[in-house]
Design a protein around this ligand. Structure first.
Ligand code: BTN
Length: 314
């Protein structure tokens, strides 16, 4: 097939395609061949090309290694970076998880990404960002892989074999309103069990482990940004319902560490800002923003569904 381009133009086009990681090789008679399968490269150009239609104007930077994509983006937030800036890295040397924990980011094949949103939200509504992102990540995974992750409160994505990913939202505020939300997303994509450090092997999983297949991270990440853009502009009541539908912690008795204490109660659902409503044995309904889930069990006694009478919220 003739391209209609001059040799110099062809050379330039080939060179920019190679720059974004496409493995093009020259064959006889000036033909170019695209090697398959395509490499699992995270390319900012491909990411943006795949999300151009979104209602959030995404811009992306991809690093080989950083300490933490969230730390980097928090500094950009303070410097006034625009909404939609996405920072992603092949590896993080100091990836952070919830509750001050380390997020394992040494193994290649994971998605380690942070994105900046500047929503019109009061501080009490900021938790909506985490809820909508958790739903969006689950939907993106389902769209690309066909595998449907569940949510474990507060914001873990899980499969039958363990934790696939998590969300860490950090918010900067001004005058009681959100100025910027840095949403950090860690998602295990192509790791095998042996790729994880021994201490987390019993509870970590990846999309490869769950499905037996390999996926290109850039496709998942692009789907993720597309879903976030949709949910960000979406109706929170619907997002809440989608979160609840995917959540395996609801309808169970949960034990949650809150600072020094432990709260125990029946998980009813989310309130209008995404806080978890727990009904304690004393009958009080307590909204929880976060905490460490120590255990989940089947309800007994007054919390058994058939005994609940008019006490159910939904
Ligand atoms: C959790 O504890 O479940 C949340 C993990 C969030 C990890 C991501 S990876 C990208 C971003 N950068 C970080 O340092 N942490 C978040």
């Amino acid at each position: 097939m003739q391209s209609g381009l001059s040799p110099a133009e062809v050379e330039e086009a080939i060179s920019s395609l190679r720059k974004i990681g496409l493995p093009l090789t020259a064959s006889a008679e000036d033909r170019w061949r695209l090697e398959r399968p395509l490499p699992d490269l995270l390319s900012a150009e491909e990411l943006i090309a795949r999300t151009e239609e979104d209602r959030v104007a995404w811009s992306a930077v991809v690093y080989d290694q950083v300490e933490s994509t969230s730390d980097l983006l928090l500094r950009e937030e303070v410097a006034g970076a625009p909404e939609g800036l996405v920072v992603t890295a092949e590896r993080q040397s100091r990836g952070r998880g919830r509750l001050g924990r380390r997020w394992e980011s040494d193994s290649p094949g994971g998605i380690y990404t942070s994105l900046l949103l500047r929503p019109e939200l009061g501080l009490p509504q900021a938790h909506r960002l985490t809820i909508l992102t958790t739903v969006a990540v689950a939907e993106a995974v389902e769209e690309i892989t066909g595998f449907s992750p569940k949510i474990k409160w507060p914001n873990d994505l899980i499969g039958p074999r363990g934790k696939l990913g998590g969300i860490l939202t950090e918010v900067a505020a001004k005058g009681g309103r959100v100025r910027g939300g840095v949403i950090g997303i860690g998602l295990n994509v192509s790791q095998e069990l042996e790729s994880f450090p021994e201490e987390i092997r019993g509870r970590a999983s990846s999309l490869r482990i769950e499905t037996g297949s390999l996926f290109r991270r850039v496709e998942i990440l692009a789907a993720l940004l597309r879903r976030i853009a949709i949910r960000y502009r979406g109706d929170f009541a619907e997002i809440r319902r989608l979160w609840e539908w995917r959540c395996e912690s609801l309808g169970k008795m949960l034990r949650v560490r809150q600072g020094e204490g432990v709260v125990e109660g029946y998980a009813l659902g989310l309130d209008e800002d995404g806080l978890l409503l727990l009904r304690t044995e004393a009958g009080a309904v307590v909204p929880l923003l976060a905490g460490e889930l120590l255990g989940a069990g089947e309800p007994a006694g007054a919390n058994r569904p058939c005994d609940a009478g008019g006490g159910w919220l939904r």
